[in-house]
Design a protein around this ligand. Sequence first.
Ligand code: THG
Length: 267
Amino acid sequence: MIIIGEKINGTIPTVKQAIEQRDEEFICNLAIKQSDAGADYIDVCAGTDPKIEYETLKWLIDIVQSAVDTPLCIDSPNPKTIESVFHYAKRPGIINSVSEEGNKCDIIFPLIQGTEWQVIALTCDDSGIPSDVQTRVDITKSLVDKAGKYNITPNRIHIDPLVIALSTDNNSLLKFMETAKIIKKLYPTIKITSGLSNISFGMPLRRVINQNFLTLALYAGMDSAIMDPCNQEMLATVLAAEALLGRDKFCRNYANAFRKGKIGSKK
Ligand code: THG
């Protein structure tokens, strides 16, 4: 599974403080720790007031790139912000995200046309986040069609079906699995992605729900996830699930991660 490290996000209180204090070392450490833990991409999200989002995101991008070679996942709700910081990225990464909301597609797709950049596409539109499978599939089709006009092929698209909290919709995971199945049948090379913590909102023992969600979502064909790779329990769940699903020859990744102390070395 492709791991997108989530920890450089201004909505996390300690990161917000580091941003306010322009604490480069703190951000640098988060980049190195996630990269060492196995992050394939580093998500960078300013999470600030839109007025200072551009300068904050540029600052974060510069620090991450000075610390690690891991490609970025540029995370902003504002396509104009993404457009303005895009050229500071040294290597192709992932844009997080595009959707059917407003004019997002018209800005993001031309931006990555002819590049190796990938994009996370959320299944939402101007009427919000759908809770049913069919609307998610319909939005996916529309997004893939629009991307195709810029020669952006499905293998560069990660569909994020925007999982609703299980406490709000008891069929949330089942709908995620059904959505993933239909989308993969339509576009065999497309990727399915998700954040891993929305599912457990409002429930006790959130980590247990998150880990079980991860296992079942992997079985349903999830290809990438926005997660904390420094969370050893979560990383162990990824590696265990992949081994159990026959995606880890001789269980080598699982065994190596244990041997190197990436899993099982602390509680
Ligand atoms: N989909 C897409 N992008 C997203 C999300 C998504 N970007 C933002 C968010 N959801 C994913 N990012 C985070 C970042 C931090 C946390 C949760 C989601 C978080 N972190 C805690 C911390 O660092 O203190 C705990 C981390 C842990 O150990 O598990 O809560 O859904 N496309």
